[in-house]
Design a protein around this ligand. Structure first.
Ligand SMILES: C[S@@+](CC[C@H](N)C(=O)[O-])C[C@H]1O[C@@H](n2cnc3c(N)ncnc32)[C@H](O)[C@@H]1O
Length: 454
């Protein structure tokens, strides 16, 4: 008996011309073709002389089982899916069924995944060039995925300024998911963000709507649509949706020459190696900017701003990293800093407490900050890193951060009669000398440039 084979074929968005040559030959090679009935119709012209098995919308696992059964009987089976079979398609479920049946890649039955253009690519091509920068796809179908997971991904992608492709945006029963998605995205994106809704790309009833995030949910949307949402630089011109590649960050649009400070083929000054330098330049140009203002300006964490200062003092600002192992010792040393201002931040609330340094005590994993009127307790387990920080005669203290670089709390020295007391300052500087660590990245790295391989 002939050895069976399973070909997992993505045939692209719909039109035969959009199918890859390999997908076409795979279907031609098959004895049996299995697929959702609508997909079978789309490739009807290629099915002469083949056994064709049409399945309904909810019979996905049946399709996999049947493909395996036919392969066991020595047939070459093409299991077909629109777009790319590995993108919200049948490739994953087929492997799951096969593994459950004891199949391994060394088994006699060979399995091949044949990729195709997914809806995201096909729809993007019809509306211009919306995916020219970082993008992601999110399915709004909550049939198999908890809504909280989908909501978390929408939030993260919106916050990170990804261009997004929303698959399965709406169906007869799932009408509110797109409304809720719009609400979440508007927390981070402008209402004017360009949106393209593409229905049935490369199929008979193809239709395109160009709109904005503010109006997205009012548009006609269904299961045959993919919704493309731009990032903060995506624009619409002459009906086309374009996301810039980033050349304007480096080159003058009129002359084509690299802008001041930038070099062709090298990382941007705001690239990995250079961007801390930009932070310091910003601080020099904005001497009144606080650490928090600066973090907000660069849309980054306080820890990154302190790292930039730690590498090179700026104005009167100096910072020094404290390793996790040294944090307990620094807290003990703080008992000698006389009067302290402790600032604790949590989810938008800020608590400030003035206390005698000796009233800073530790019990188990808790740090207790106590004065006559108030007790504050900080879970030390939240602290992952810390920095000494000094700003001339304005501020001296320690910032304690969580693993993401967000502030957990800070301990700042307090002035008496407008000046820091000599003994407190001396004790603080001693702790800095004793427990401060050199910056993680050296200045040598800072000046190094990176040649791109593009
Ligand atoms: C279960 S997913 C299948 C995705 C498919 N495997 C792919 O790679 O495109 C079905 C969703 O894909 C999108 N889709 C598939 N084909 C499309 C087309 N021709 N035009 C627009 N959207 C399409 C729609 O969002 C639809 O709800």
């Amino acid at each position: 008996m002939k050895t069976g084979k399973i070909l997992l074929v993505g045939f692209g968005p719909g039109a035969i011309e959009e199918m890859t040559y390999r997908a076409r030959t795979a279907i031609a090679q098959a004895d049996v073709v299995i697929g959702y009935s609508t997909y079978i119709k789309l490739v009807q012209d290629l099915l002469d002389g083949k056994e064709v098995i049409r399945k309904g919308m909810t019979e996905e696992i049946d399709r996999c089982v049947e493909a395996y059964e036919h392969a066991l009987r020595g047939k070459t089976v093409a299991l077909i899916s629109s777009g790319d079979i590995g993108v919200y398609g049948m490739a994953g479920p087929t492997y799951e069924v096969l593994f459950q049946a004891g199949w391994t890649p060394d088994s006699a039955i060979k399995v091949e995944v044949i990729s195709g253009a997914t809806a995201l690519n096909a729809c993007a091509a019809l509306v211009g060039a919306p995916l020219t920068h970082d993008f992601c796809s999110i399915s709004l179908s909550d049939l198999l995925t908890p809504w909280t997971t989908i909501a978390k991904r929408l939030e993260a992608a919106a916050r990170a300024d990804f261009v997004m492709g929303l698959y399965n945006p709406k169906s007869g029963r799932r009408t509110q998911q797109i409304v809720e998605a719009q609400r979440i995205l508007l927390l981070h994106r402008s209402p004017e963000t360009p949106v393209a809704i593409v229905k049935s790309a490369y199929r008979r009833r193809q239709a395109i709507q160009i709109t904005t995030l503010a109006h997205m949910a009012d548009c006609e949307i269904g299961m045959l649509c993919t919704v493309l949402i731009g990032n903060s630089s995506t624009f619409i011109r002459n009906g086309l949706m374009i996301t810039p590649r980033g050349y304007a960050n480096k080159y003058d649009s009129l002359t084509g020459l690299a802008k001041d400070g930038e070099q062709a083929g090298r990382s941007l000054t705001m690239g990995l190696i250079g961007w801390h330098g930009c932070v310091r330049e910003y601080l020099r140009e904005n001497p009144d900017a606080t650490l928090r203002d600066t973090a907000k300006h660069f849309d980054t964490s306080l820890a990154e701003i302190l790292t930039a200062i730690a590498k090179q003092p700026t104005n009167a600002m100096q910072a020094c990293y404290i390793g996790l192992e040294q944090i307990n010792q620094v807290l003990q040393a703080a008992a000698n800093w006389q009067l302290l201002r402790a600032v604790v931040r949590s989810h938008g609330a800020v608590a400030e407490i003035l206390l005698e340094a000796k009233n800073l005590t530790q019990r188990g994993t808790w740090l207790n900050l106590v004065n006559d009127h108030c007790h504050l307790h900080v879970d030390k387990q939240q602290i992952a890193k810390a920095w000494f920080f000094s700003d001339g005669d304005k501020q001296h203290g320690v910032y304690f951060m969580d693993a993401h670089g967000a502030g957990v709390f800070s301990l700042l020295l307090v002035k008496t009669d407008g000046v820091f007391t000599h003994t407190a300052l001396q004790a603080f500087q001693q702790a800095w000398q004793q427990f401060g660590q050199p910056s993680e990245l050296t200045d040598e790295l800072e000046t190094e440039t990176v040649v791109e391989n593009e």
